[in-house]
Design a protein around this ligand. Structure first.
Ligand code: PLP
Length: 411
């Protein structure tokens, strides 16, 4: 089992106080805190190895390139991809989904096609498809979410058809924490020759994820939500699909050759090999190295242990929150179908009021609609407050949170 008290010692920010109260950080679904090992790895890179990658023959560039490639390999092993060719470093989940929408969607979707998206999605898995549909003329078809917060699989199976070219769904909802059966979704999608894009922003940091077992075509995730730095994330894609796709952005690094043909008065261009074909320009080298260190940290803990720890905390918090008469938890409360994310409201108060009150006591929670407005609409909500856990959270923090919630109820 994981020892959160020991883990906490690695997180310098948890030693900070706000208004003289120790920080209780329950906004992990938005971004996680960083252990000293990740901070050190970034510092060490800049102090000892900094250079541009894949461009020079000198020692520093060789070292930086090796580290950057090793980071791709580490990410590939973490999700059981076949190799670093299937791992494209991007800014985060948002950029990864946009990459698929533009590189794959622009060239493969026409007006008679359909893209299936669930109503549980973060806006970053809705807006790119809506934007592209305006250019390419295809239909975005939405799969319902039941009132209990679970995906409506019957509705999905009704809506998928030969017109469907890609199914885009989150692995775990960032609002309710509900885990979707993406293996089942991918199986059905493949029966219709459609691809599957899984938004793993809330699953990869918290559960073991194996792309080979799930048999999904694309997986996206963000480094900053899994102990890594901001500005780095991953697009996983099956090699043969990535090979067949056009590049996302043009520039240095993503080409093997650009040669001017004097007769045609044009440049002929040959793409670089995977994954560099999709990484135009100078990449976020130190971000990649920070992400590699974050992955190593999570692997030392073990993803099964991360999942189990969050399940214990979630069960405990749900049980304690039930003692608060004016507090309502939205979505399912059964921890076998959800991750460590709990959206809630306090009768008579806006989510921002609740979050501000908690902040006075050093307790950080999210408020608003968490970039998941359609799901809030399904629950009949304008907004919600949200607590979300990670490896360094402990029961005592939940006890303190409940004490303050009870104070809020007196308002
Ligand atoms: C499910 C989900 N998808 C996508 C995103 C967007 O991630 P990023 O802002 O790192 O690109 C988030 C961020 O909260 C998320 O929770």
């Amino acid at each position: 089992m994981l020892d959160p008290y020991k883990i906490r010692e690695d997180f310098p920010i948890l030693k900070r106080k706000i208004n003289n109260y120790p920080i209780i950080y329950f906004d992990n679904a938005a971004t996680s805190q960083k252990p000293k090992q990740v901070i050190e790895a970034i510092k060490n890179f800049y102090e000892n190895h900094n250079a541009n990658v894949h461009r020079a023959v000198h020692t520093l560039s060789q070292e930086a390139s090796e580290l950057y490639e090793e980071a791709h390999e580490e990410a590939a092993r973490f999700i059981n991809a076949k190799g670093m060719e299937e791992i494209i470093f991007v800014r985060g989940t948002t950029e990864a989904i946009n990459l698929v929408a533009y590189s794959w969607g622009c060239h493969n979707l026409t007006k008679d096609d359909e893209v299936i998206v669930s109503l549980m999605e973060h806006h970053s898995n809705i807006v790119p498809w809506e934007l592209l549909s305006r250019v390419r003329g295809f239909n975005v078809v939405y799969v319902n979410v039941k009132k209990n917060g679970k995906l409506d699989y019957a509705d999905f199976e009704n809506k998928i058809s030969k017109k469907t070219k890609i199914v885009c769904v989150s692995h775990v909802s960032n609002m309710s924490g509900v885990i979707n059966d993406v293996k089942r979704i991918a199986k059905v999608a493949h029966e219709y020759n459609a691809l599957t894009l899984v938004d793993g922003a809330q699953s990869v940091p918290h559960l073991p994820v194996d792309v080979n077992d799930l048999d999904i075509d694309f997986l996206t995730f963000s480094g900053h939500k899994m102990l890594g730095p901001t500005g780095i994330g991953v697009l996983y894609g099956k090699r043969e699909i990535l090979e067949s796709m056009e590049p996302f952005q043009g520039g240095g690094e993503m080409i093997r050759e650009v040669s001017f043909n004097a007769t045609k008065k044009r440049c002929s261009i040959a793409w670089n090999i995977l994954p560099w074909k999709f990484e135009a320009g100078t990449p976020n080298v130190c971000g990649g190295i920070g992400l590699m260190e974050a992955i190593k940290y999570l692997k030392r803990i073990g993803m099964e242990n991360v999942k189990a720890h969050e399940e214990i905390l979630t069960k405990y918090a749900i049980q304690k929150m039930a003692e608060c008469k004016k507090v309502e938890i939205y979505g399912p409360k059964d921890t076998s179908v959800k991750c460590g994310i709990i959206p809630f409201g306090v009768e008579g108060l806006s989510s921002h009021d609740v979050a501000l009150f908690l902040d006075n006591y050093g307790i950080m929670v999210r408020s608003g609609f968490h970039c998941a407005q359609p799901l809030h609409e399904i629950f009949g909500l304008k907004s919600s407050a949200r607590i979300s856990f990670y490896v360094y959270n402990i029961r005592e923090e939940i006890d303190r949170f409940i004490e303050v919630l009870k104070e809020i109820e007196q308002i």
